[in-house]
Design a protein around this ligand. Structure first.
Ligand SMILES: Nc1ncnc2c1ncn2[C@@H]1O[C@H](COP(=O)(O)OP(=O)(O)O)[C@@H](O)[C@H]1O
Ligand SMILES: [Mg+2]
Length: 134
């Protein structure tokens, strides 16, 4: 486990870029933290670290955005169950050839694979965040 402190959005992006270098195909990263903690910001950094040039937009209305099969960015905020995620085909990408980064994974806890990585972002103030990786 490692704990980092970030004092700006830019620092979080830079940290996530470095973190992305530790990821391998098939990895599933659970991105935890309250609304506004910086989960989507972190995912932007992961995308940059993976060499993805597209803009990362919150997939709130799509559940998941596919960035060329390299990165699958999930927002499960509006999902109620793992069964629902499975029915939508959202679980098909776990352990595949891309990296899955999942916001609000607790909503689909029963269908998450074994051995997920976790990144937890805690809001300490307007700009300060604690980022816990394991
Ligand atoms: N240190 C920081 N790291 C990440 N985001 C930060 C930081 N400080 C302020 N912010 C702001 O917090 C917000 C995080 O938004 P977002 O990533 O969409 O949150 P989430 O996806 O967790 O709901 C952004 O407006 C961002 O500018
Ligand atoms: Mg978000």
């Amino acid at each position: 486990m490692a704990i980092y402190l970030s004092g700006s959005e830019k620092t979080t992006v830079e940290f996530a870029k470095i973190y992305a270098k530790t990821l391998r195909a098939g990895d599933v990263v659970l991105l935890n933290g309250e609304m506004g903690a910086g989960k989507t910001v972190f995912c932007k950094g992961v995308a940059l670290g993976l060499g993805i040039k597209d803009e990362i937009l919150s997939p709130t209305y799509a559940y998941m955005n596919d960035y060329g099969g390299k990165l699958y960015h999930y927002d499960c905020y509006r999902l109620n169950s793992g069964v629902q995620a499975e029915a939508l085909g959202l679980t098909d990408y776990f352990g595949g050839s891309g990296v899955c980064v999942i916001e609000w994974s607790e909503n689909i806890a029963d269908v998450l694979p074994e051995g997920c990585k976790t990144v937890t972002i805690k809001k300490l103030g307007a700009l300060n965040r604690e980022i816990i990786c394991d």
